[in-house]
Ligand binder design. Structure first.
Ligand code: DAH
Length: 347
């Protein structure tokens, strides 16, 4: 290549480098001049074919041109790199002022909230939480609770038995517990007085579903066994509970009732928190029944090896659904189990 040609190759190269629009295009240009088969590379290889006197001059020129092209490439590459990065940033711009997407945070089911609330009140009084199996033995659900197989309180229609229909129940038969009271026996078998426990749990009865019945529902049981426990302790304890749950102005009354495992037994009413005992649609006569209770029957204490002469106790059991319905003015129990979020989200 003559010096003339080398110069025109240089002009051409510099011009195309200046007009290159992308880094990729620039690379193509580099290959076409400085690559293995590039024009400048070939010019160097062909130096030997020139007359001896031209070689040093053209050789020096080609080297100089190569350096100039390299420099032009480098500075254009830097320019293009900057603007390409800028374009990329522009394209990927995030609008940080857009409102975020709210995560769907869950909440406790109302029945769990109410159960927790009941438990908290008794924990404040020094009680501990105990739990027992939902599939229970006849012995714990009935027999040890002073309810033998032929006892009239044991209605055969409302228990889910696991034994064959018509068979006479035996104490080692399994059933779905009909109340949380069997846990009283399990707790007393496992420990000595003093005992102060609160027992939440699911219970089962063969009832058709309607606004106030469900074959599965929830109870909270309480048991206190100690020296010199009296009916007065029971009433005072339930009064503290009723005030904490339904308001400071509440009163409590005990109405005589019957449960096989307590003597005496009572149904416990709380003064109506809607009308304050004047009588209204919620209470009727000013009082609302909230639970069953009584003094633990001496037979039950003896059954677990306690001496009824030295210790006494009281027990109570309440329905969580009933407490929740009263407290929140809910008129149909089925709402608790239908899992309609429009209902559940209100609490
Ligand atoms: N277990 C009874 C029921 O399901 C409720 C009950 C009444 C529990 C009196 C007690 C009690 O501990 O003393 O209807």
């Amino acid at each position: 290549m003559k010096a003339e040609e080398v110069r025109s190759v240089k002009e051409e190269a510099i011009a195309s480098i200046k007009s290159a629009g992308t880094v990729a295009e620039l690379e193509e240009i580099r290959v076409s001049y400085l690559g293995k088969k590039g024009k400048i590379t070939s010019a160097l290889k062909e130096l030997g074919m020139l007359p001896a006197e031209e070689r040093p001059v053209v050789g020096a020129l080609v080297n100089e041109v190569r350096q100039e092209i390299e420099q032009a490439l480098a500075s254009r590459r830097e320019e293009l790199g900057k603007s390409e990065l800028k374009a990329k940033f522009e394209a990927e711009r995030v609008d940080i002022t857009l409102p975020g997407r709210k995560p769907n945070v869950g909440r406790k089911h109302l029945l769990t909230q109410v159960t927790d609330e009941i438990i908290d009140i008794f924990i404040g009084l020094g009680y501990r939480v105990a739990e027992g199996p939902e599939i229970e033995l006849d012995y714990y659900n009935f027999e040890a609770l002073n309810t033998p197989p032929d006892h009239p309180a044991r209605s055969t229609t409302d228990t889910f038995y696991v034994r064959k229909a018509g068979d006479r129940p035996a104490s080692d038969d399994a059933l779905l517990r009909t109340h949380t009271s069997p846990v009283q026996i399990r707790v007393m078998e496992a420990a000595k007085p003093p005992i102060y426990v609160i027992v939440p749990g699911r219970v089962y009865r063969r009832d058709a579903i309607d606004p106030t019945h469900s074959p599965v529902f929830h109870q909270v049981e309480g048991l206190a066994v100690d020296e010199k426990i009296t009916l007065g302790d029971l009433k005072g304890t339930l009064e503290v509970f009723a005030k904490a749950m339904f308001g400071e102005d509440r009163e409590v009354r005990l109405r005589p009732h019957f449960f096989p495992f307590t003597e005496p037994s009572a149904e416990v009413d709380v003064s109506c928190f809607v009308c304050n005992r004047r009588g209204c649609r919620v209470c009727g006569n000013g009082w609302i029944e909230i639970l069953g209770a009584g003094m633990v029957d001496p037979n039950v204490l003896a059954q677990v090896g306690y001496d009824p002469e030295t210790v006494s106790g009281f027990a109570f059991g309440m329905g969580v659904e009933r407490i929740a319905m009263l407290k929140y003015g809910i008129s149909d129990m089925r709402l608790f189990f239908e899992n309609d979020m429009r209902f559940l989200r209100q609490f």
